[in-house]
Write a protein that binds this ligand. Sequence first.
Ligand code: RET
Length: 291
Amino acid sequence: MQSLIASAPAVGAHALQTGPTDAELFEYVFGGGNTLLALSFVVNIALAGLTILGIVYLGRSLTDPRSKAIATALLLISVVSISSYTGLTSGLTLSVIEMPAGHPAAGATTAGESGVLVMWGRYLTWTFSTPFILIALGLIAGSNWTKILTTCAFTIAMCVTGLAAALTTSSLVLRWWWFVLSSTFFLVIVYVILVDWTAEAERTGTSDLFRTLKLLTVVGWFGYPILWALGVEGIAILDVAITSWGYSILDVITKYVVTFLALSYIVDEPESITGGSDYGATLPGSRVSDD
Ligand code: RET
């Protein structure tokens, strides 16, 4: 028993348990020397907040349950985002992690600890935000729940395996293997958007809006793995602040720009978007209450 207790810390010492405390990480980011990095978090808290207010304001006149469902999905993207960036800002979802042997950043030090700054909260929270982007897109295209939920499951798989890629410290090969797995799941989503939803949007009459959203989404989403690969977790030719700004700018395009474009289309409740008063009812023939 004694020997088990004695060996417990070594057994439990995985990536999230080592390194500086949240307070030290907060001081490292906001203490003055890393203004660029700090801004990449704070700007997004402000933008997510403004987007939430914008959706509440523009969405207040919606009456159709299907339009409301799309607006709610759009709202939840920014609700997750503001929480995600608050986690990064507070240091809660940041860690200093030692890269495995052979990694270009192996042996680096950050905030007085050996390792590099990993913003693992980003990958974790994409698990919750990207499904809402896909629900909104799928509903706009007029797709069915099987396809919408399939893309949601694949995006969750993509983000969780992306998180694993960022946190794996045992082997460089395994880091890239997680990356390959995550990218494969990503391609399933791209396929559904480009093939299925494009055809469905043509049929349901939303192709004008969908074409723009699709372009922003597919091009924007491809930016994330590229940044990962070039950033400090991949081949490390971009530093942490540049990588963080890269993600923050991609977030602006894939979340807030997409949200406002979609919302400005649905606020007029065109026929291609509305579903009728019993849309989404859980009892046949019952109307969805307005409150
Ligand atoms: C990772 C690394 C592993 C390989 C792939 C990735 C893709 C990430 C994507 C993220 C999209 C995030 C969005 C967030 C909005 O809140 C995890 C970077 C393929 C596509 C749109």
